[in-house]
Design a binder for this molecule. Structure first.
Ligand code: 4AZ
Length: 842
């Protein structure tokens, strides 16, 4: 109402204004008045016109001088070859007279060459010779230009097309060849140029391994805002083998953060980057690189924050060879990229010509395949690739098979001049054309799998051919679209196992109802009404900001006694409790893996070193490894009560029967590995309510004789609060050195298996109603492994969305191991939270 009044009042006022002006003009001499008005009008038009032209000119001048003509700085790094001069050692040291002399000669060559091109010459500011290397003499340079903005792209083009001519300099005749220059970041190039500023020049000697590291390693972390370079050289006709023994940099934060770059060149040349590294790698990761020539450059650029140890690297030289591939005439054999498992060298081409006996056919099984380059389409594979039957393969691939319908197959490998990877490792076998997989199932792809894996609900072939045309058993259901049989316990578990959603279709609540985690349906309007209508907290757990509420078993209790409704608020990065206790450092510094990268292992189920640093091996003198356990503090382990039942005259219930091995990976090295810490047990206490018939309350804690220091291999896992929910579909892992098959022997290397939490009701049906509320079920998703004898007491580790890892369960029991439709049973840690707190104080 008020607004309208204002609008009404304003308008007439402004119209009145104009009308008033007209009215006040003298109305007696209309002619004169018209003339005057015309003159005035012309004058105004003239003034406006002139002003417009002036502004246009000013604008153009501003644009010309400030933008179009404004000088921009451009820098190029590159190299050229001097073909009529021998290399001498003194050229390796920028401080020698010989270096200076040759530098000034090449600078002159470059100056003359640039000047001969009008798109380049006038803009040259500076030339720096950054190094020489053998072959004949390769000269590396940095050239700087100042060029009007509008001529910058012409300069780029001219530099790209520039050719150098043989040049006579005073008495010297330099024949130069193979000029190449690439745009570079001047700031970075200049910083690396300064020899006083963290630059190292290293030459490998025959048979000697030369080490280098980030400044201060291993006692001091590397500095912030660092620009370091290590120029590595080998003798003529040699190549360099560079290996990072330790690599612990800041976790990757692309596109910024700390990174180390390895170049197949002596200077920073973008197209010669072999690898860019960040984060940390476990010692088992083969971080080894091979150059194509006798030089390499390692640079390190760090940002302004973080404290990390850095790297320790070493390099050796070996005679240059481009040999690879070859003729293979045996019935079977192995092939791999040059220097596998080191990264293959850049600029290589190999051909394997494989011919098996005439009456057989041949197939190649790629067991490892890593030809990954950043930002390269894996459909066309333009850079590095393997080519068979005119089809290119690249990227990172899980094991696959390529078959030939003849006795011959040709495998081509190509690497371009930038970015290298681990490469591939493959085996070829000959086979009877009529029976490609004796005693096994032949997948459509030619792969062979165990007969037992046919129709088991898992896509073992990779192309689902093992799951086609199966009769579903009583414990299975059939997916709608692809007709594949899947275990019934996959129904309604929130994961789209069929791919078409048909296994999750009839599980929905009616319209306007919300589905609770426990399967109940409640009306939508009950969501976030501060009443736990589901009975499991679902309808109150995702209500924006954490709200305080009455405490129930489904709410998170803060240290100040208040309870909040938010789902899994612990250590999620947001302070939800008024006192901040859900984010307190003491309870959040757990469940972290020191190594961010994974080792690439053949076989798949071996754990990586340092991947499960809370995993403990509990051993007895008589039996060796007997049970697993999880480290939850410097002195406390959690394990299963049933491991500590006296039996066969052995006092398993006594602490002095046991020894704990922490930081262990391979049982063979338990006494020799420096990563392993051994502790006797001071105190052992099983849950008094443990029932040895039902395995209810299967939990125990052990106290180490003395605390352990946390290392890259020893870390605690987080204990979840009782309200913590582990939803289906999230990665959950079981690990241990238990039996590899139901009646098999234990593993030497720590094993891991990705499994899935299974709906309690479904699992109870499968296990004949043996579950109690203190148990959870989890079944395997692929690989056919499960927890088994010897895994008991070990962790069921849940990787939460923030990457932190929580102890969801403790390996407890099962009907056999990895049997179809017989998931493993785990002690539910959330149900034991109070017992843990009362007994350990944690
Ligand atoms: C055992 O005997 C055992 N498949 C542990 C776990 C499972 C089976 C047996 C689960 O310690």
């Amino acid at each position: 109402m008020k607004e309208q009044e204002i609008k009404y009042n304003n308008r007439p006022q402004s119209f009145n204004g104009i009308e008033e002006m007209v009215e006040f003009l003298p109305a007696t001499n209309t002619k004169k008045m018209e003339k005057m008005t015309l003159k005035k009008k012309l004058l105004i038009v003239g003034i406006v016109g002139v002003a417009a032209i002036i502004s246009l000119i000013i604008g153009l001048l501003v644009w010309h001088f400030v933008y179009r003509n404004a000088p921009v700085t451009k820098a190029f790094t590159g190299f050229l070859t001097i073909t009529n001069k021998p290399f001498i050692d003194a050229y390796e040291n920028p401080k020698t007279r010989e270096f200076a002399d040759l530098s000034s000669q090449v600078t002159e060559v470059l100056q003359n060459t640039y000047r001969s091109d009008p798109a380049i010459g006038p803009y040259l500011v500076n030339i720096n010779i950054t190094g020489f290397s053998e072959g004949s003499i390769i000269t590396y340079f940095l050239s700087e230009f100042k060029v009007p903005a509008y001529k910058a792209s012409a300069l780029d083009k001219a530099m790209n097309e520039l050719k150098v001519e043989p040049i006579k300099l005073r008495q010297m005749f330099l024949i130069v060849d193979a000029f190449k220059a690439y745009p570079t970041d001047l700031h970075m190039a200049r910083q690396l140029l300064d020899p006083e500023r963290c630059s190292f020049y290293l030459h490998s000697r025959p048979g000697v391994t030369t080490q280098f590291s980030t400044p201060g390693f291993p006692h001091l972390p590397y500095g912030p805002n660092a620009r370091c370079q290590w120029q590595l050289r080998a003798d003529a006709d040699h190549m360099i083998l560079l290996h990072f023994r330790t690599f612990k940099m800041e976790p990757c934060k692309p596109p910024r953060g700390d990174y180390v770059t390895v170049y197949d060149s002596l200077t920073v040349l973008e197209p010669r980057i072999m690898v860019k590294l960040c984060g940390s790698y476990p010692p088992s990761y083969n971080l080894t690189f091979v150059s194509s020539q006798n030089v390499m450059l390692v640079t390190m650029v760090t940002d302004h924050e973080g404290k990390h140890p850095g790297f320790l690297a070493e390099f050796t030289q070996m005679p240059r060879t481009t040999l690879c591939g070859g003729s293979f005439r045996e019935a079977s054999g192995v092939l791999s990229t040059p220097f596998y498992p080191a990264h293959y060298p850049p600029s290589r081409d190999c051909i394997w010509d494989i011919q098996v006996p005439e009456n057989k056919h041949v197939k190649i099984r790629f067991l490892m395949f890593y030809l990954l380059e950043p930002l390269v389409p894996i459909t066309t594979c333009p850079n590095d690739y393997v080519e068979i039957h005119n089809k290119r393969y690249c990227g990172e691939r899980s094991p696959f098979v390529v078959s030939s319908n003849s006795s011959r197959i040709m495998v081509k490998f190509h690497s371009d001049e930038s970015y290298t990877d681990t490469g591939f490792m493959a085996e070829y076998v000959s086979y009877e054309p009529k029976n490609p997989c004796p005693d096994q199932f032949t997948c459509k792809s030619g792969r062979c799998i165990d007969l037992a894996r046919k129709c088991d609900g898992w896509n073992d072939c990779g192309d689902s051919s093992d799951e086609a045309s199966c009769n579903c058993s009583a414990l299975q259901f059939r997916c709608k679209t692809n007709q594949v049989c899947k275990p019934r316990f996959f129904l309604c578990d929130g994961v789209n196992d069929c791919g078409d959603g048909s296994d999750e279709q009839d599980c929905q609540c009616p319209d306007k109802y919300l589905k609770c985690r426990n399967g109940k349906c409640v009306p939508q309007e009950q969501k976030c009404d501060k009443t736990d209508n589901c009975g499991d907290g679902t309808d109150e757990s995702e209500c924006g900001n954490a709200q305080t509420t009455a405490c129930t078993q489904n709410t998170y209790k803060c240290d100040n006694g208040e309870c909040i409704t938010k789902l899994n608020p612990q250590c999620d990065g947001t302070k939800d409790c008024a006192d901040g206790s859900d984010e307190k450092e003491t309870s959040c510094s757990c469940g972290k893996r020191p190594y961010s990268r994974k080792t690439r292992i053949v076989g798949g189920v071996n754990a990586d070193i340092g991947e499960w640093p809370w995993q403990v091996s509990l051993q007895t003198q008589r039996d060796g490894h007997t049970c697993g356990a999880s480290l939850v503090s410097p002195t406390i382990l959690l394990s299963a009560a049933h491991c500590f039942q006296d039996a066969q005259g052995i006092r398993y219930s006594q602490p002095n029967t046991w020894t704990a091995y922490l930081g262990l990976h391979d049982q063979k090295t338990r006494t020799s590995s420096s990563d392993v810490v051994v502790r006797k047990i001071k105190k052992l206490s099983a849950n008094r309510d443990f029932n040895s018939y039902t395995y209810d309350n299967d939990i125990a804690y052990l106290e180490l004789e003395s605390p352990v220091a946390y290392t890259d291999f020893i870390q605690p896992i987080c204990i979840p609060e009782s309200s913590h929910v582990f939803p289906v579909g999230r990665s959950i892992w079981v690990t241990g050195w238990g039996a590899l098959s139901e009646s098999g022997t234990g593993a030497e290397i720590l094993q891991k298996a990705e499994i899935r939490i299974i709906n309690q009701t479904e699992c109870d049906k499968l296990l004949d109603d043996q579950l109690t509320p203190r148990m959870i079920c989890a079944g395997y998703v692929s690989g056919g492994i499960d927890a088994c004898q010897g895994d008991s007491g070990g962790p069921l580790s849940s990787v939460e969305t923030n990457g932190q890892i929580y102890l969801a369960g403790i390996v407890s029991w099962g009907e056999g191991c990895a049997r179809r439709n017989k998931p493993g049973v785990y002690t539910k840690v959330t149900a034991m939270r109070d017992w843990i707190k009362q007994n350990t104080g944690l």
